[in-house]
Design a protein around this ligand. Sequence first.
Ligand code: KG4
Ligand code: ZN
Length: 360
Amino acid sequence: MLILGIETSCDETAAAVVRDGRETISNVVFTQIPLHKRYGGVVPEIASRAHIEKIDAVVRAALDEAAEATGGAPLDAVAVTYGPGLAPALIVGLNFAKGLAASLGVPLVAINHLEAHLHTPFLFDAGETPAAPEPSRLRRALGLVVSGGHTNWIDMPSYGRYRTIGQTLDDAAGEAFDKAAKMLGLGYPGGPVIDKMAAAYNAAHPDLSALIPFPKGRPREGVSALAGLRADFCVSFSGLKTALMRYVEREGAEERERIVASYQEAIVQALAGRTEAALCAYRPEAFVLGGGVSLNSRVRSVLGEVCARAGVPLYMAKPKYCGDNGAMVAGLAFYRRNIAGDAAMAVDAAPSLEIADAEQ
Ligand code: KG4
Ligand code: ZN
């Protein structure tokens, strides 16, 4: 089954064709980062306009590439992200996908962006042997989506069933990277710059105990923002951001590399600590990691160590599938057709969509 996936929830205009949920036949991503850079963050109206300008060419490129690879095999469905994300950006992809599905006479499938990130470790490229197992055979997995908008630990009792067990109470991990970079004048987005700078610093200073001890973002037990979730599965990055600001006010930013490495380490250790607690409590068969921040080299290596200690296999997205892309949307749609056909045609953009069970 060949599915076209369209993704426009934030600042990437993306489309891809995936076979049977996992094998990527084509994958085209137009990133708008240069357009938003000078504003220090994503401007929804600019994102929306750029999606409108680019979507036709991006989808056409994904379809042309797929047609070449498959000898013109027809599409079986069109899938599209309907939330969460920026409303004016989501609407562009959703409307385009509705029109395309109607004109091709194939079903439309509406996809949750968070679920799609959790599918990325299961994608592989045509001709390649997949590193991850068939997801529908997993009995229980623990997922972590770490991106610019989310930091969510998700229990998956089986594939397609989701329950959020932990999350950030304020900023997402990617947001924490981006805000620090802004504060230190490192540009947007912050994650990749900080990753590089911290890697160079850590390579030259292997003794991590000499880093600045920034707070590790553990919320207090019983605070109302937990909304019933366990504090040891949740993070809070607002205190870390304040600690960075105070430190720079007090000490200056001359030791920028050391500050950045220390700040990154606080985020990484926060993610690692909660993951360890959740793995221990849920004892899943696999740990599944996706989202832009999962591109971070230190996140990848430390979470690798955490999983090895817990004896749980770690499945991470390939770097090209960490950020937003259409392949994760097309791939998931093979497994998750709970909003399809007429129901999908009637769906509206859902900017604050949460992750929910297939059974609901
Ligand atoms: O998944 P994504 O492309 O979009 C959202 O759905 O949010 O994630 C973007 C986020 C940004 O905050 C960016 O700074 C962060 O991912 N990011 C990184 C790295 N690459 C991107 N954070 C840490 N280290 C990286 N190497
Ligand atoms: Zn995303």
